[in-house]
Structure formats: structure tokens, C-alpha cells
Ligand binder design. Structure first.
Ligand code: GTP
Ligand code: MG
Length: 364
């Protein structure tokens, strides 16, 4: 599961990526500094693991991770091959969801490709390129469906949906916001559309704006307005500050943030929100050897979740012994939870929940 960091040139994508991965991708004050996409892996912050680590004092601590790709800036005309056009679009095609970085910081030293700060306009510029590229794809598929419908009438229904979708895109609306019923949803899953990918907006704020009343910031509000129409989430971040604190130890970071009156860094919030955007949840295992978060898709049943640890666990699945994180904390220890009968025995049909602490029983 990969997230692509997308946006106009020079809006702070690589700065944010650096903070995310600490990987040192080049960031500099000129457009197209990022040519090849950089891939970085980052731990998903999870306070539950810290609590478990205190309980078990394990030898190993393994958080969930997600992958981010730093994609070069997209410009007007990209869908027609401008800038590094098609190449960028193909990088976006490979990711499962998009983090759309929008410049909300003022800084006369940093060039804006369109000469001024304009979050709504910037978002539209990017969306427009994605939509144009999608129209090409829908067009090709429509041609195919129309030809096929001469031999087989069932393709007529597909062609109708594609015509509707095309009209929707031609109004400048994203595939994400197209709702044409179950059949249309199925078809959309097959089409590799860019504007249909789930999105989160990262509003890249100035340091001073980030520390003051973010909600009343007009640039931030502009991003929120666009996002609201799409039902998307907006996370305010300060790329520059995040880059500075990314190197700090977790104690130093907490101290630094609490001095600013902030509980959680924008980046931590962003990473968590991305995990959710991908439809991912974590179940946890805890013991003296290791406390660990395991990533599963929401809706995964117990045997398949067990299969993440080892295929034998899935093949020979007997049952899962489950206690929720909150219950464990209330009881104070696993032994106490067991004594109170609060560790449940779940079978093959059990749908895993986020924060379940699990011991799998299996036999092969
Ligand atoms: N003042 C301020 N400057 C920032 C912030 N974030 C990034 N910058 C600066 O903006 C310039 C561009 O940042 P990058 O992270 O390289 O931008 P990018 O979006 O990756 O650019 P391309 O790869 O060229 O598309 C750098 O000089 C950064 O230091 C911020 O929050 N505040
Ligand atoms: Mg860059």
C-alpha cells in the first residue's frame, strides 16, 4: 500500500517527504528538484504500542508502516505531456491514495509557479490534469465498449455508464465524486483513473500560522472548502518545522511540541489519517519477545489476519483469543483480563477490529 505525495512544484512536497522518512531526499528552491520518485517507509504512530511496551518490556518493538512516494511537481498541461507530464502521471497511477500538498505558507523567497498563493486554484490545477488524463482512459474504454456492444448487448450498459462518467469528468469533476450506482462502482474499480483515488489534503502552513489559530487562517479555510465538497480530510502541517523535528528523539519532540501548545505533530496526524484513508487497521500482539502492530484491511476475518503472521496460522487456524486494547488497560494486565473472563475466544468468522490484542491458536 503506497501513498503518493502530489502537488504543484515548489509547494513543499519533498520537505514533507524528508520529514516523513528522514531519508534526505533533495529539497531545494527550484521547480523540478524531484525527478525520480523517492520512496520512503514510515512507522505509523500508535500510542497503544507504547502502553504495551511498558506492560511487557519486550525485546522488540515493531510498529505498522506505510510507504510514501515523493512525486515530482505537476504543472498545467501535464496530461498533454508538458513539464515531465506523462511520467509524473504514471507515478501517480502506481499509488493507492494521494496526499495532495497545498501551499498555504507565504514566503517571498519561495517561488510559486503561478505567482501567488491560491489554494483553491492550485487544487483545481492539479485535479484538472488528473481529470484530463482520466477522460482519455474513459474515451478509449468507451470506444471498446461500443464496438463490443455490436456483438454483445451487455456492453451497452457499460457504454451508458462510461458516457455518464465522461460527461461528469468533462464538467471538471473528479471520478471520486461520481456516484452512478453499484454497476458503475464495479466498473470504476477496473479503470485505472487518477482522479478516483482517495485523497487527503495536507495544508502546508507557515510556522507562525501553524502555531496560532489555524482554523481562522483564510488559506486553510480555502482548502477545507474544496475538501468538504469531496468529503476529504484536511491536515494542517508545517513542512519546515516537521523537517526540523523529524530528527529529534521522541522526548525532545514531545517537549518541543508542548512548549508550542501542540499535542501531536502535524506529520503524525497526517500519517495516521493516511493509514485510515487506505482502509487499514492494526491488530496487536504482545509478549516478552515482541510487541507488534499488524496491518490488515478493514473487514478482514481472523484466519486471514492470522495469515499475516504466518501462512501456517491461517491454514491451521483454530481460534483467536482476543481482548480489546481498552479492556486490557482497564484490567491492568492480561492475567487480570483473563481472570475476569474478558479475553474472548473467537472463531473463523470473527471480523477483526482495530486495536484487538490477539493470540492465535493453530494446529498444522
Ligand atoms: N517558508 C516555508 N518554506 C517552505 C515550507 N515547506 C517548504 N518550503 C521551502 O520551499 C522550497 C521548495 O520545497 P520542496 O519541498 O523542494 O518543494 P517540492 O514541492 O518538493 O518541489 P518540486 O519537487 O520541485 O515539485 C524549499 O526551499 C523549502 O525549504 C514551509 O512550510 N515554509
Ligand atoms: Mg520535490
Amino acid at each position: 500500500m503506497k501513498l503518493g505525495i502530489v502537488g504543484l512544484p515548489n509547494v513543499g512536497k519533498s520537505t514533507l517527504f524528508n520529514a516523513i522518512t528522514n531519508a534526505g531526499a533533495q529539497s531545494a528552491n527550484y521547480p523540478f528538484c524531484t525527478i525520480e520518485p523517492n520512496v520512503g517507509i514510515v512507522a505509523v504512530p500508535d500510542h497503544r504500542l507504547d502502553v504495551l511496551a511498558e506492560m511487557y518490556e519486550p525485546d522488540k518493538y515493531t510498529p505498522a508502516v506505510i510507504e510514501f512516494v515523493d512525486i515530482a511537481g505537476l504543472v498545467k498541461g501535464a496530461s498533454k505531456g508538458e513539464g515531465l507530464g506523462n511520467k509524473f502521471l504514471s507515478h501517480i497511477r502506481e499509488v493507492d491514495a494521494i496526499v495532495h500538498v497545498v501551499r498555504c505558507f507565504t514566503d517571498d523567497e519561495i517561488i510559486h509557479v503561478d505567482g501567488s498563493i491560491g489554494p483553491k486554484r492550485d487544487i483545481e490545477t492539479i485535479e484538472y490534469e488528473l481529470i484530463l488524463s482520466d477522460i482519455d482512459i474513459v474515451d478509449r474504454r468507451l470506444d471498446r465498449a461500443l464496438k463490443a456492444s455490436k456483438g454483445d448487448k451487455k456492453f451497452l450498459a457499460e457504454a451508458e455508464i462510461l458516457k455518464e462518467l465522461k460527461a461528469h469528468l468533462e464538467q471538471g469533476k473528479s471520478a471520486r465524486s461520481y456516484h452512478g450506482g453499484d454497476e458503475a462502482d464495479e466498473l470504476l474499480k477496473e479503470l485505472p483513473l487518477l482522479s478516483g483515488k482517495p485523497v487527503i489534503y495536507a495544508a502546508n502552513m507557515s510556522e507562525s500560522d501553524f502555531q496560532s489559530d489555524i482554523l481562522s487562517n483564510p488559506y486553510y479555510q480555502e482548502v477545507c472548502e474544496v475538501a468538504r465538497e469531496e468529503g476529504a480530510e484536511v491536515i494542517p502541517v508545517c513542512g519546515k518545522m516537521e523537517e526540523e523535528i523529524a530528527d529529534m528523539s521522541s522526548e525532545d519532540k514531545m517537549m518541543f511540541l508542548s512548549e508550542l501548545g501542540i499535542q501531536e505533530s502535524g506529520l503524525d496526524r497526517l500519517i495516521k489519517a493516511c493509514y485510515k484513508l487506505l482502509g487499514l487497521i492494526s491488530y496487536l500482539t504482545a509478549g516478552k519477545q515482541e510487541v507488534r502492530a499488524w496491518t490488515i484491511q478493514e473487514g478482514t476475518k481472523a484466519p486471514q489476519a492470522a495469515g499475516k503472521i504466518h501462512t501456517d496460522f491461517e491454514r491451521g487456524f483454530i481460534r483467536a483469543e482476543v481482548v480489546s486494547f481498552d479492556t486490557l488497560v482497564e484490567c491492568g494486565s492480561m492475567a487480570a483480563a483473563k481472570e475476569k473472563g474478558l479475553v474472548r475466544s473467537e472463531g473463523k468468522e470473527y471480523v477483526m477490529k482495530d486495536g484487538d490484542i490477539v493470540l492465535f491458536r493453530f494446529n498444522v
